[in-house]
Ligand binder design. Structure first.
Ligand SMILES: Nc1ncnc2c1ncn2[C@@H]1O[C@H](COP(=O)(O)OP(=O)(O)O)[C@@H](O)[C@H]1O
Ligand SMILES: [Mg+2]
Length: 338
């Protein structure tokens, strides 16, 4: 078995050995503990895990938007030949929005309630490009049209509260696209939406990926959402990636007990109505005092002696498929009877 800490070099985004910790009155919060991932042009990488696993902190660090109590940031974030972690705040501000844009979770917080959405998108455009107000407004309307807002010209004059949740989320995506970024980071952008609208937003993102060659880092805790949108999936637990594979492999040949748990707790539309949905027993660990050995061991139904002692190496289990677990191939076959 080969170690997989050397990511592909042709990736658009290449995160290597990222560690992030925060200072708190309770002690040092180890939010991200050695995360490596790559994102290629024209693909959707889904980062999935329960709440608190370090997904948002990973995204914010890539964007250079660390909170003020950040104590330590280690590792590298390579983008277009530069390590973003070594850039000055000014240089990073240029990348953020221009080259890497974020779609936040809640449109009602992201938009300013007192300006029409068209004005806000036009201002976002003008912050990065030397356009007149009129030109920027035209471009804002074109973007709103591109993200599927009906009557875009009229909608541009609407205030955020006049839009439905789905429409507001489309407008937010238009704002993120304002400067033609290479990478879109979407942090649980559909969590607040009902399932039908959520599916429409996922379709829009996939359409943008295909037509604009966007690379999308999509964050969710929902395996159903991952199944709809992902090309590849990285499963995160306690600040680490525990398994990563293309979407079909992850769903049909998952190798990590945590992934098995996530899949079992997902509502399957084809499951008989009387099949009980199993959640993963227990809680994610406190990032101030992570358990020794494999951080998942206190919740793992298949825990062995070694799991208490050493963190398992992230190993190649099949082509383009990595997992960090002490179980042998035979044991995995035996236990993963689903
Ligand atoms: N500024 C902060 N100060 C202290 N702890 C933080 C801070 N931001 C996030 N955390 C903690 O880091 C861990 C990872 O958080 P986060 O990345 O937001 O998780 P999620 O996977 O739900 O997005 C959590 O335990 C969270 O409480
Ligand atoms: Mg989050």
């Amino acid at each position: 078995m080969r170690k997989t800490t050397t990511p592909k070099t042709d990736a658009l985004l290449d995160v290597r050995g990222l560690r992030v910790s925060f200072g708190t009155t309770q002690g040092l919060v180890r939010a991200v503990n050695d995360v490596s991932l790559t994102l290629n042009r024209g693909e959707v990488l889904v980062l999935i895990g329960e709440s608190g696993s370090g997904k948002s902190v990973t995204a914010l660090t890539v964007l250079g938007a660390m909170p003020s109590n950040t104590r330590q940031v280690a590792g590298e974030v390579w983008f277009q030949g530069q390590n973003l972690l070594s850039l000055s705040p000014t240089a990073m501000r240029h990348i953020r929005g221009n080259r890497i844009a974020m779609v936040p979770q809640d449109p009602m917080i992201a938009f300013d309630p007192v300006y029409p959405i068209g004005v806000q998108i036009a201002e976002a455009i003008r912050a990065h490009q030397p356009l007149s107000r009129r030109e920027a407004h035209k471009r804002a309307v074109a973007l709103l049209d591109q993200v599927g807002l009906p009557n875009a010209a009229r909608r541009a004059s609407h205030f955020p509260h006049q839009l439905s949740g789905g429409m507001a989320q489309r407008a937010l995506i238009a704002m993120a696209l304002a400067c033609g970024p290479d990478i879109l980071i979407a942090d649980e952008p559909t969590t607040a939406l009902d399932v039908t609208v959520q599916a429409q937003i996922l379709e829009l993102l996939m359409h943008l990926k295909e037509t604009m060659g966007l690379a999308v880092l999509f964050i969710t805790h929902d395996m159903g959402v991952a199944a709809q949108i992902a090309d590849r999936v990285a499963v995160m637990y306690a600040g680490r990636i525990v398994e990563q594979a293309d979407v079909d492999t992850l769903f049909y040949r998952p190798q990590h007990p945590y992934t098995w748990g996530l899949l079992q707790s997902t509502l399957r539309l084809d499951a008989p109505a009387d099949v009980e949905i199993q959640a993963i027993a227990g809680m994610p660990p406190n990032p101030v005092s992570l358990p020794p050995g494999c951080t998942f061991h206190p919740r793992c139904p298949f825990v062995k002696k070694i799991c208490h002692e050493a963190y398992p190496t992230l190993e190649v289990v099949a082509p383009n498929h990595i997992a960090a677990c002490h179980l042998s191939v035979q044991e995995r076959k035996e236990f993963n009877r689903g």
